[in-house]
Design a protein around this ligand. Structure first.
Ligand code: I22
Ligand code: ZN
Length: 195
């Protein structure tokens, strides 16, 4: 296939999915904004985790909350669990990779905090273990998934929010996850500071 045609198809596919996802996700994203804003306003914090591209998304979200999104505002408490190479390698080496986020959730998480768990398949063992640790510690979970939500979707409870992108392809799902991250940042700023 002609390369430029293929590139145009990527843009078309991504744009189409974003329009479809807006229909199903606007409500749940608003719920996630309310959940996160309430936690931050009560002096609680966000822990964020995911693998690969979703690790980058985790850091992206934490950076925009601690630093800023589009407007100046006080720093908001958010930690990406994907960044400390000493912690990550020690846990992976001494225990199992599956535990890299869960042990940080147990070490840093307090009741009322929120775990933002990002997995396009909803089936990454390290993210599932983090969600399990969050459940045990009394953290709420905001799950960003795709492909029907996988096992992560199945383990969510009443106080959690599931943002499941209606697509099968990892890259497309990630593109919507980034949009969700920006919607969350915008919504949090709006809730905390008004228009
Ligand atoms: O960014 C990409 C693919 O676009 C990859 O790095 C991808 O994030 C990795 O394969 C992850 O390990 C996939 O994990 P998950 O989304 O299924 O939890
Ligand atoms: Zn990618």
């Amino acid at each position: 296939m002609d390369l430029q045609r293929r590139i145009r198809d990527h843009f078309e596919d991504s744009a189409r999915l974003k329009r479809e996802a807006a229909e199903v996700l606007a409500g749940p994203i608003a719920e996630a904004v309310e959940l996160i804003t309430a936690a931050l306003a009560s002096d609680r914090k966000l822990l964020v985790c995911g693998n690969g591209g979703s690790a980058a998304d985790s850091q992206h979200l934490a950076a925009e909350l601690i630093g800023r999104f589009e407007r100046e505002r006080p720093e908001l408490a958010a930690i990406a669990l994907t960044t400390d190479s000493s912690i990550l390698t020690a846990i992976a080496n001494d225990y199992a990779f599956e535990q890299v986020f869960a042990k940080q959730v147990r070490g840093l998480g307090r009741e009322g905090d929120v775990l933002v768990a990002i997995s396009t398949s909803g089936n990454s063992p390290s993210v599932l273990a983090a969600a399990q640790a969050a459940r045990e510690r009394g953290l709420a979970i905001v799950a960003l998934t795709g492909r029907g939500g996988g096992q992560l979707g199945e383990m969510l409870g009443d106080g959690d929010v599931h943002l499941c992108v209606p697509h099968e392809r990892t890259a497309r799902i990630q593109e919507v996850h980034l949009l969700i991250v920006h919607c969350l940042c915008d919504g949090i700023d709006l809730s905390l500071m008004g228009e």
